[in-house]
Design a protein. Structure first.
Length: 246
């Protein structure tokens, strides 16, 4: 029996999605879609091309991108987030499209125009941990780029995430921090951690589910703006829906 050849390679993986996308679509479906397409066309896709990235796939509000260079992946992510800050200046806070981005570097499997493996899964989990407008990277990424780029990092510690047996060491990119500097949280001052569990639609029909999801996402987004707070991303919190809430 001849086994199919599996193509493995080392790559930097960039995972991103829109914070509060369901809420935004519920408020203004056409306007949100128009904004997202404009951001992709004018900023996100050109930056990915400029930094030699390859968009593997898009999933509504999310995307998975492969880079040969981890430095290019991180630089691309920072420039996208800086560009989004400028593009959102005149947009009301409750209508802004803000991306979360996670970046990992590792061994991946390439098959049928898609990529798989632990390296991809870790990038997706880091994205889910990031706050709106933020970038979380793995320890491998941090160690490879910390002395090569003009910004610093905040050590977020070990994080337990869905479907990954071992804890992930996460670092938040701080574009305005001293280059090469990594801030470590004080042990005497634990970081405030919050999770907004999904609300249940107990009175309305299925057509009201988007509104209920929107309440959860809006609270998650607003709480994430509290200085010093760590708020579990909506993708992670929504996994609790499969379990009965008591």
């Amino acid at each position: 029996m001849v086994e199919d050849h599996v193509e493995r390679k080392l790559a930097a993986i960039f995972a991103g999605d829109v914070a509060g996308y369901s809420r935004l679509m519920g408020v203004d479906e056409e306007g949100t879609l128009h904004q997202l397409k404009a951001h992709r066309k004018d900023l996100v896709d050109p930056k990915i091309t400029e930094h030699r990235g390859h968009i593997v796939k898009t999933t509504g509000d999310g995307m998975l991108v492969e880079f040969v260079s981890v430095v290019d992946a991180v630089r691309c992510a920072v420039e996208i987030q800086r560009g989004m800050l400028e593009r959102n200046v005149d947009v009301p806070a409750d209508r802004r499209i803000e991306f979360r981005i996670g970046i990992n570097v590792g061994d991946i499997i390439s098959d049928d125009n898609d990529i798989y493996g632990d390296g991809v899964n870790v990038a997706a989990r880091l994205e889910a941990l990031a706050e709106p407008g933020g970038i979380f990277v793995s320890r491998n990424v941090h160690d490879q780029v910390r002395d090569k780029l003009s910004f610093g990092f905040e050590d977020m510690g070990e994080q337990m995430v869905k479907n990954i047996a071992r804890p992930i060491r996460a670092y938040a990119i701080c574009p305005n921090a001293k280059p090469g500097h990594t801030a470590h949280p004080l042990r005497s001052a634990p970081r405030l951690s919050i999770v907004v569990l999904p609300f249940a639609n107990i009175g309305g029909g299925p057509d009201q589910d988007y509104f209920v999801d929107g309440v959860t996402e809006r609270l998650t987004t607003d709480l994430s703006r509290i200085n010093g707070a760590f708020v579990i991303a909506r993708n992670t919190a929504f996994t609790s829906r499969v379990k009965p809430l008591t």
